[in-house]
Write a protein that binds this ligand. Structure first.
Ligand code: ZN
Length: 212
């Protein structure tokens, strides 16, 4: 089940402009095991045989034949810190990476991300694949937040399901694109925390989703 979902969402990464070649990765937690996409395989070629399973606590390989993504420490650290997180999507998507390159947060010029959080913070830089990067990302992701930028790197989305984590990654990239373009046009009007809270209440009250 987690394997087929990982393959399905991996195949969407390139068409949805969330990945270029082999950049990025995603995983699902199943109890004490983490299923994760492989290192060095383009997303549009990932099959179930390419997925790797590791023990969450030790990082030891427990199933699969492919080498796990180099960002495994990032995934393990986030699962360990956040019991509510069951799936993670990491991208180098273009507009999120632009803000990450400047070390700037993505501010809410639209309510698309309102059901999840107010704005997208940016974690301090550390070398990809390092334990320090994992530590910085966990520190920058507020306890009730689901998406964060990694400075000079990309975006990290986390949720209770892979479908939600994937949608949050798409929403984050879309918001970054909109904010970038609004800044080119003029002076974007940033929604206030109260305005975002009102949207969140509206979604909750009417049972609508952020696509509405
Ligand atoms: Zn990366």
């Amino acid at each position: 089940m987690p394997k087929s979902a990982l393959v399905d969402f991996s195949r969407r990464m390139t068409p949805d402009h969330l990945a270029f070649g082999t950049s990025g990765n995603m995983s699902v937690r199943m109890g004490d095991t983490v299923w994760i996409t492989p290192s060095g395989v383009p997303f549009d070629e990932v099959g179930e045989e390419d997925l790797a399973a590791v023990d969450l606590a030790t990082g030891n390989w427990v199933a699969g034949t492919a080498r796990p993504s180099s960002e495994l420490p990032l995934h393990r650290a986030l699962y360990s810190a956040r019991p509510d997180v069951q799936a993670i999507v990491h991208t180098h998507s273009e507009y999120a990476a632009v803000f990450a390159a400047c070390g700037e947060p993505v501010l809410p010029v639209h309510y698309q991300l309102a059901p999840w959080q107010y704005s997208i913070a940016c974690a301090e830089y550390a070398t990809y694949g390092s334990v320090e990067l994992a530590r910085n990302a966990v520190a920058a992701l507020a306890p009730d937040h689901h998406v964060v930028l990694l400075r000079n790197h990309g975006l990290l989305a986390a949720a209770a399901t892979l479908a939600d984590a994937y949608q949050i990654a798409r929403d984050g990239e879309w918001l970054a694109q909109l904010y970038y373009r609004a800044r080119l046009l003029g002076s974007p009007r940033i929604l206030s925390p109260e305005e975002i809270a009102a949207v969140r209440e509206q979604f909750r009250h009417y049972g609508q989703n952020p696509e509405s």
